[in-house]
Ligand binder design. Sequence first.
Ligand code: ADP
Ligand code: MG
Length: 156
Amino acid sequence: MTYTWRLTGAAQTQRFAACLAELLQPGDLMALEGDLGAGKTTFTQGLGRGLDVSQVVNSPTFTIIKEYQGRLPLYHMDVYRVGDDVDSLGLDDYFFGEGVCVVEWASLIEEVLPQERLTVYLRTDGADERTIKLVPQGARYVKLCEEFDFDACIGD
Ligand code: ADP
Ligand code: MG
């Protein structure tokens, strides 16, 4: 089962993510896929808002990992420039920790990514138009997708 919606404007993508964040639990993993500018960081900013993170969430491209404190810890990773350093990052401490992990360009570290995760595909369809697709792997994420109520979040 996959779930697909159309999102118009960065604010709507953030609202979508903020809504989803309310359902997140310790140890949850979201793998973000999509080209540069598709909205991966924008989506993560919405997650931060939904987790009551008060700091500004921005791109961790040069640091690989940034940690934020909200209702739960938010571990925001951007592995675009990770190169061969994957093993030295100690990612398992994050993946199997008490926070929520979000990984931009997750497919680049496919081999170290836990199988059970929610993959979020973002596709640019126009200046403000994006298609978002959720693909759950594992019972936890199937349930998460079933619980998520797009219409209640985004409204009509
Ligand atoms: P990525 O992290 O995937 O490279 P960013 O989130 O940094 O992408 O950038 C997305 C850009 O697209 C931002 O400038 C944002 O304002 C813009 N944008 C326009 N419409 C949308 C939308 N519907 N969802 C997400 N971002 C959007
Ligand atoms: Mg980004």
